[in-house]
Design a protein around this ligand. Structure first.
Ligand SMILES: N[C@@H](CCC(=O)N[C@@H](CS)C(=O)NCC(=O)O)C(=O)O
Length: 150
C-alpha cells in the first residue's frame, strides 16, 4: 500500500464518546491518523457521503475507504494493525468484552444523555433502571471482571 492509500482520517466530534473510543484504539495501536472536527449541526459533505445510513460521527477513512459505527471501526482497527491488542485472546473473554461494549452503548451512554420521563411513573421507572445500570456497571462488573463464569 502506498503512503496515500494508507492514510487514516477520523471525522469526529469533541463531546463524542464514540469518537474518543476510536481515537483510543488508534493510539493504543500506535497508528498515526488525521482528525477532522465535525459540526454536528452542519455536517460536512464528506461525513454525509461516507456515512449515508446513520449520518453520525465518528467516521473512519482508511486509504479512501469509509467505515461507520465506532464498534465496527474498532474491530477493523484490531483486524488491520498489530500491536496492542484491543480484545483479549480467549474467545470467552472476547465475548465478555463485546458484551460490555454493547452494554455501554445501549445503557450507560443512554443513561448519561437520557431525558427523564413525562409522568411520575415513567420518572420512577427511569430512576430504577438507572440505579440498576449504575449498580451493574460500577459494582457488579468490576467485582466479576476476572471471574470466568458470570
Ligand atoms: N452507534 C454510533 C453512535 C454515534 C453517535 O451517536 N454519534 C453522535 C455524536 S456522539 C452524532 O453524530 N450525533 C449527531 C446526530 O445524531 O445527528 C457509533 O457507535 O458510532
Amino acid at each position: 500500500m502506498c503512503e496515500e492509500e494508507a492514510k487514516v482520517l477520523v471525522l469526529g466530534a469533541w463531546g463524542s464518546p464514540f469518537t474518543r473510543r476510536v481515537e483510543l484504539g488508534l493510539r493504543l495501536k500506535g497508528v498515526a491518523y488525521g482528525y477532522s472536527e465535525e459540526d454536528l449541526k452542519n455536517k460536512s459533505s464528506l461525513l454525509l457521503e461516507s456515512n449515508p445510513v446513520y449520518k453520525k460521527a465518528p467516521v473512519f477513512i482508511h486509504g479512501g475507504k469509509a467505515i461507520a459505527e465506532s464498534l465496527v471501526i474498532l474491530e477493523y482497527i484490531e483486524d488491520t494493525w498489530d500491536g496492542y491488542p484491543l480484545l483479549p485472546k480467549d474467545p470467552f473473554q472476547r465475548a465478555k468484552a463485546r458484551f460490555l461494549a454493547k452494554f455501554i452503548d445501549e445503557k450507560v451512554i443512554l443513561l448519561l444523555s437520557n431525558a427523564t420521563g413525562r409522568t411520575v411513573f415513567e420518572k420512577l421507572l427511569h430512576f430504577l433502571d438507572s440505579m440498576f445500570v449504575l449498580y451493574f456497571f460500577l459494582v457488579f462488573v468490576p467485582l466479576n471482571l476476572h471471574i470466568s463464569d458470570w
